[in-house]
Design a protein around this ligand. Structure first.
Ligand code: NI
Length: 406
């Protein structure tokens, strides 16, 4: 049996969502103090939403601590989980929660589109290959680094661990909904975490919710649904992300033409579209990007100069519904004003179903255990969710363009 070294006394970190984050294990504390973990202080949790909600500039660092704390509470406060998992599995799942976002790049979506970088890939690479982090994990228990990465890539043989960190009702979502609601000030993202944890059970290889917790689950589904439409898919947030994306596109086009933009050397390896070494990836955080954008405000290339100015000063694109008529008139106006549509016209669709009762993958649905012991998929146990599933899948299809052509 693997034993882990405890910290001499419990460390507590104040957190507005959870009150305190409790750290009792040396290996957790050491991981928090690594340079890759600290780098997450320099990466925002929300892409463009802080351009809508001005206090939503919380970071991946705070979210990662919050996910860890929810996992820690699950495995200590939920009796079924406390009994189902051994010490090593408990440590593995706490570490997976803590480190699940460590490979995120700056401006997540815009950046991933240009670079083909998947943050999950880098997350596992950092856990298994960064000498500092893999060193901490391996000296705590041989083979631990791979086991933690296996939870994140859904390959761990004990699927309960993956369900705790990333499924439909998981610590990752539980933290980001509450945290994003708190920092945006949107109370409809709140739900009853304490009640969910109290009604959580294990049934075979599945995490289930007791029937009496079904209202807390409905509340959670509604919170998620509202947060998607009011925060994550807010058109102004998308406008900002689209602008950052166009800025990277312009840089990439210039590089492909053999031109260089002074000050943008940091981005060259990314723009080449190749896999980066961890040492090339590490300095790419939002502080470095913002500094680079400020240099590019003085670039020789007028498009780069203009897009950098827009990103830094919230001079965002305007938007309309994506209809043929709107595209035609915006294209004509762009032409009259001398804007290249490659950089100044974006079509962007987002869609989200409140809850999808996927079949075949037990980790992707929410299970309710009735009082007589039957386990049912959520939409079979909740009238509210059943009617949401039957309703239309909403989507929002828009075009974005410079406001001054209107
Ligand atoms: Ni996350």
């Amino acid at each position: 049996m693997t034993m882990f070294v405890r910290t001499p006394e419990e460390k507590v970190l104040r957190d507005p969502v959870h009150g305190y984050i409790h750290v009792q294990d040396e290996v957790i504390w050491k991981c928090i103090n690594t340079r890759w973990f600290q780098r997450m202080r320099r990466i925002h949790q929300l892409g463009g939403a802080f351009m809508v909600y001005h206090t939503a500039d919380h970071t991946r660092f705070a979210h990662s601590l919050g996910v860890y704390e929810i996992v820690r509470r699950m495995i200590t406060e939920v009796p079924d989980l406390r009994e189902a998992l051994n010490e090593r599995e408990k440590m593995t799942v706490m570490l997976a929660g803590l480190l699940h976002d460590i490979g995120h790049g700056p401006f997540s979506h815009a950046f991933e589109q240009v670079s083909n970088i998947s943050h999950e890939y880098y997350t596992c690479k950092i856990i298994e290959e960064d000498p500092e982090i893999s060193g901490i994990l391996e000296s705590a228990a041989e083979g631990l680094a791979k086991e933690v990465a296996d939870v994140i890539r859904h390959k761990h043989p004990n699927t309960i661990l993956t369900q705790i960190v990333s499924a439909q009702l998981d610590a990752d979502r539980m933290d980001y909904l509450l945290r994003d609601a708190y920092f945006t000030g949107t109370t409809y993202g709140e739900y009853d975490l304490a009640r969910l944890l109290r009604t959580l059970r294990v049934s075979g290889d599945r995490i289930v919710i007791k029937e009496s917790g079904v209202y807390a689950v409905e509340n959670y589904i509604m919170a998620r649904y509202h947060m998607y439409w009011q925060v994550y898919y807010h058109p102004v947030a998308r406008s900002y992300e689209n602008l950052v994306n166009k800025l990277f596109l312009r840089l990439k086009d210039l590089m492909d033409e053999g031109k260089t933009a002074d000050g943008a050397e940091l981005f060259l390896p990314v723009l080449q579209g190749r896999e980066l070494t961890l040492e090339e990836y590490y300095p790419l955080d939002e502080y470095a990007c913002t500094y680079t954008f400020s240099l590019l405000e003085k670039a020789e290339d007028p498009i780069l100069r203009d897009l950098s100015y827009r990103v830094l000063n919230r001079h965002l694109f305007a938007y309309r519904a994506n209809t043929r008529g709107n595209i035609r008139s915006v294209k004509a106006a762009l032409k009259r004003a001398g804007f290249d549509p490659r950089y100044y016209l974006v079509t962007d669709t987002v869609g989200q179903a409140p809850y999808v009762p996927y079949r075949g993958d037990s980790g992707k649905v929410i299970w309710i255990r009735t009082h007589n012991g039957d386990v049912r998929e959520l939409s079979k146990a909740s009238g509210l969710v059943a009617s949401l599933v039957k309703g239309p899948k909403l989507s929002d299809d828009r075009i974005f363009y410079p406001a001054e052509i209107e």
